[in-house]
Design a protein around this ligand. Structure first.
Ligand SMILES: *[C@@H]1O[C@H](CO)[C@@H](O)[C@H](O)[C@H]1NC(C)=O
Ligand SMILES: *[C@@H]1O[C@H](CO)[C@@H](O)[C@H](O)[C@H]1NC(C)=O
Ligand SMILES: *[C@@H]1O[C@H](CO)[C@@H](O)[C@H](O)[C@H]1NC(C)=O
Ligand SMILES: *[C@@H]1O[C@H](CO)[C@@H](O)[C@H](O)[C@H]1NC(C)=O
Length: 332
């Protein structure tokens, strides 16, 4: 059910884009003045490229957050050629990590550098439709607000004191739970819409590694699921369940599961441990681009930027959704 609904929404977005194609002059959301329109490439459809643009926004976020958290610098130092003049992330800083987690997250940060290069290369054949680094906000304040929303959704109250992911390894680990999984569901949602050989190969390859990152993060958390996250009374499992509930609410769908669930939600409706998030057939959930943006903006609405993307995401699909301003999607 989830995937056919995703497909229908995807087709709807496709129709909207058909309308947009003629008048693309104002599709310059994200604060950057570049040509977002993509043309068909060799064995690549326009839609293939537009979906890769969605991913590019997420990979910028992951690269900056993992690199800054682990080593205290981002793409400007690690891979300046991928920045392309895009603005520096707001509030980026190094996290107080143990040697082990510094090592793990530095590896993930470098993996994201490769992902960015792969996507930008795929989007580079003429006309260029890869955009510069997106404006990101990964400040303590934005993380604190995000976590407060999650705890409001699940437990009806905010965290006190405010959550700071940069404070120690456990908090940073928990914060990373929010990241690769949204990309993972976005890639699953995109895959049935892809036509070109290169796009399918690329997205499968990205999905594989994003899933691996998500599994590593979830396993690290699952090992300590009953541990209280000082100074709070909440456990690691509580944090995962709060974040997943918030993301479901923001996506207006059930596509996200925490680490401990009612038995009916666990694998084969037989376990409460939930080391991976998946549907009743243990198949990965999907998100449409609109659901991805509504979730990472923290607003539940792809036409209202915010959260980690204060100016919104970039690319044709996000620009179209940002311009929608509450229009009814069925109007076309
Ligand atoms: C597509 O491939 C052909 C043959 O390999 C090549 O001549 C052409 O330049 C390519 N076009 C693009 C847009 O890359
Ligand atoms: C989030 O979704 C849950 C489950 O659907 C619902 O019970 C809850 O009221 C929602 N919370 C918010 C803040 O939207
Ligand atoms: C860094 O984290 C450790 C626990 O991993 C903690 O004991 C220490 O107080 C933290 N340092 C700062 C400056 O927050
Ligand atoms: C599910 O759990 C029940 C009760 O513990 C057990 O009898 C049954 O064999 C389990 N099903 C599977 C598929 O393992």
């Amino acid at each position: 059910m989830g995937s056919s609904k995703g497909l229908a929404l995807g087709v709807c977005v496709f129709l909207l884009l058909g309308l947009a194609a003629a008048t693309n002059e104002d599709l310059q959301i994200g604060g950057l003045n570049i040509d977002y329109m993509c043309k068909k490439g060799n064995k690549t459809t326009v839609m293939d490229k537009l979906l890769a643009q969605v991913a590019l926004n997420l990979e910028y976020f992951e690269a900056e957050y993992f690199l800054w958290g682990s080593v205290g610098y981002g793409l400007d130092v690690a891979a300046k050629y991928l920045v392309d003049g895009g603005p520096a992330p707001i509030g980026a800083q190094k996290a107080n990590l143990s040697a082990y987690y510094k090592d793990v997250f530095y590896q993930m940060g470098l993996q994201e550098v490769g992902h960015l290069r792969a996507i930008k290369t795929a989007l580079a054949d003429p006309p260029r439709c890869a955009f510069p680094r997106t404006q990101l906000d990964i400040s303590k304040k934005t993380w604190a607000d995000t976590m407060d929303k999650a705890f409001m959704a699940k437990f009806g109250k905010k965290l006190s004191p405010s959550f700071d992911p940069y404070e120690d390894s456990l908090k940073y680990l928990i914060s990373t739970y929010t990241i690769p999984y949204v990309g993972l569901t976005g890639y699953v949602g995109a895959s049935p819409l892809l036509k070109g050989y290169n796009a399918k190969r690329l997205v499968a390859g990205l999905l594989g590694v994003e899933s691996g990152q998500d599994a590593v993060i979830r396993t690290e958390m699952y090992r300590q699921k009953d541990k209280k996250v000082a100074p709070y009374e909440y456990t690691v499992a509580d944090f995962s369940n709060a974040i997943s509930m918030l993301r479901n609410n923001l996506s207006h769908a059930f596509v996200d599961e925490g680490l401990v669930v009612p038995k009916e939600i666990g694998a084969e409706m037989n376990v409460t441990g939930n080391i991976l998030s998946a549907d009743k057939d243990s198949v990965a959930y999907a998100r449409t681009p609109a659901q991805v943006f509504a979730t990472v903006y923290g607003t539940g609405d792809a036409s209202k930027p915010g959260g980690f993307y204060p100016k919104g995401a970039q690319g044709v699909i996000s620009a179209k959704l940002l311009h929608k301003d509450g229009d009814d999607e069925k109007d076309d």
